[in-house]
Write a protein that binds this ligand. Sequence first.
Ligand SMILES: NC(=O)c1ccc[n+]([C@@H]2O[C@H](COP(=O)([O-])OP(=O)(O)OC[C@H]3O[C@@H](n4cnc5c(N)ncnc54)[C@H](O)[C@@H]3O)[C@@H](O)[C@H]2O)c1
Length: 320
Amino acid sequence: MGRILVTGAVGQIGSELVPALRERYGSDRVVASDIRVEPPDGPPSRGPFEHVDCTHIREIDHAVRRHDVDTIYHLAALLSAVAETKPRVAWEVNMGGLYRVLEVARAHGCAVFLPSSIGAFGPSTPALHTPQDTIQRPTTMYGVTKVSSELLCDYYHLKFGLDTRGLRLPGLISHVAPPGGGTTDYAVEIFYQAVRYRHYSCFLRRDTALDMMYMPDAIRAMIELMEADAARLVHRNAFNLAAMSVTPERLADEIRRHLPDFVIDYAVDPARQAIADSWPDSVDDTAAREEWGWKPRYDLAAMTTEMLQVLGSRLRPVHH
Ligand SMILES: NC(=O)c1ccc[n+]([C@@H]2O[C@H](COP(=O)([O-])OP(=O)(O)OC[C@H]3O[C@@H](n4cnc5c(N)ncnc54)[C@H](O)[C@@H]3O)[C@@H](O)[C@H]2O)c1
């Protein structure tokens, strides 16, 4: 068995995916890479790290050759809110990066995992129980790159037989690395602010429903999909994935069950609200359940309990 390369490994997902992969397959078999250096306190599991800018094919190729890589988890990308402010860079990183990763994968016969997003849908997509195969006309640069990425991954599978697989991830809630500028970041910030200040000012409207997932479920989904029997996969790029559909108001209510004096107010950011309004309220993940046995473990209550427990033991409340 060859090694695994993770691009964009210092981000919100990579910070938890890399330790999980190292735990499962062995530290030296998982090569983390990013354009940022690893944070000084580092991930809990040590192992190889490479500087890889995904817009430079030589850097990807070098890492793949040097470490005898046979699987690439390609996480490097600009997230939705950032991509809206830097559309040209978003196209170059999200599409240019993926294209180069796929070309290197083709040359060396690597399997590729690509995280797509609920952002691959748009205002004309059915918002409730969004089907696996449906209208995808996103109105954000992020969404345009995600649909194109899904298609490009399918193309490399059909045309060159590359083992490409992907998930349309919902907003991810986690407590290890901060989120990188997405529309669902509020669902992470709210926990930090609740523990520290008992107060959060939310940038989305109170009734904005979006799919969310607790990071441990997302990490497990990525690994399970990559380990799934290829013969069972009808869809590849990319599977709808759901765990909970959440509004800011509902999340605040759940937090208040633990911290009764928590207060939320709303200072809506029109840019991020517009992105959220163009995305589904809740997707249907039947295909993932049927084709590779996907099942979430954390609902809103279980996720909230664990987030508050972990952050409560780490952060000091600020009294005012
Ligand atoms: N976090 C979520 O809620 C979420 C939801 C759906 C999909 N996704 C997707 O998952 C992937 C990872 O997301 P994340 O939340 O960890 O993002 P993040 O912003 O936290 O991390 C992305 C990482 O990519 C790196 N990067 C940027 N440009 C690069 C380049 N040219 N070459 C190499 N690395 C580069 C950044 O330094 C960063 O560490 C992205 O494709 C994102 O679209 C994330």
